[in-house]
Design a protein around this ligand. Sequence first.
Ligand code: AMP
Length: 199
Amino acid sequence: MKRALTYVCVYCGSRPGNRPEHTEAAIELGRALARKQIGLVYGGASVGLMGTLADAVLDAGGEVVGILPRWLESREVGHSRLKELHIVDSMHARKQRMIERSDAFIALPGGLGTFDELFEVLTWSQIGLHEKPVGLLDVKGYFEPFRALVRHAVTEGFALPEHEQLFLSNPDPDALIEALASFERPVYGSKWVETPKAP
Ligand code: AMP
């Protein structure tokens, strides 16, 4: 059965990156969300890929919800065109609000902040705090090292093979959104290893 995707959260760089393909992908994703009438939830900034993405959604007539921590308001330059911009008290509150507000998550290329957000939404999924789909918009193979790192954890016995299925990967925005709507969560036992009771 297909999931209704009313809001999708996108994590991406507060910098534009070196390749024009990254900017083009942010614009394509923004247009695809607007076309499908899916609202964008993101970090509320006007800089880097974040700003490009929000502008693309707004220019295509879509809806954008920004969530920005107070202390970052000036640094990341709160986006001035947003009708809905929530100012929260901390980075943690920001991430939690973004997760609560969204039906699915997409990571575009980004830096450490993007990785932090991506890992947090996946670790929350891993332990069952939410069951929402997560996708990587894999522009120019940007997320290949990310997938390799997770595979390494599985090979070394620190993650289950099913954990690799908690996220999808596709270079095409429309195909990725379709895949998120059809996502079926892998079924696996408890993430936690039962510790034998002391005799
Ligand atoms: P970056 O990918 O590093 O450009 O950052 C993308 C977004 O992640 C920006 O909005 C940053 O404010 C945010 N961010 C950076 N570091 C963290 C962190 N430790 N926790 C949560 N969000 C962060």
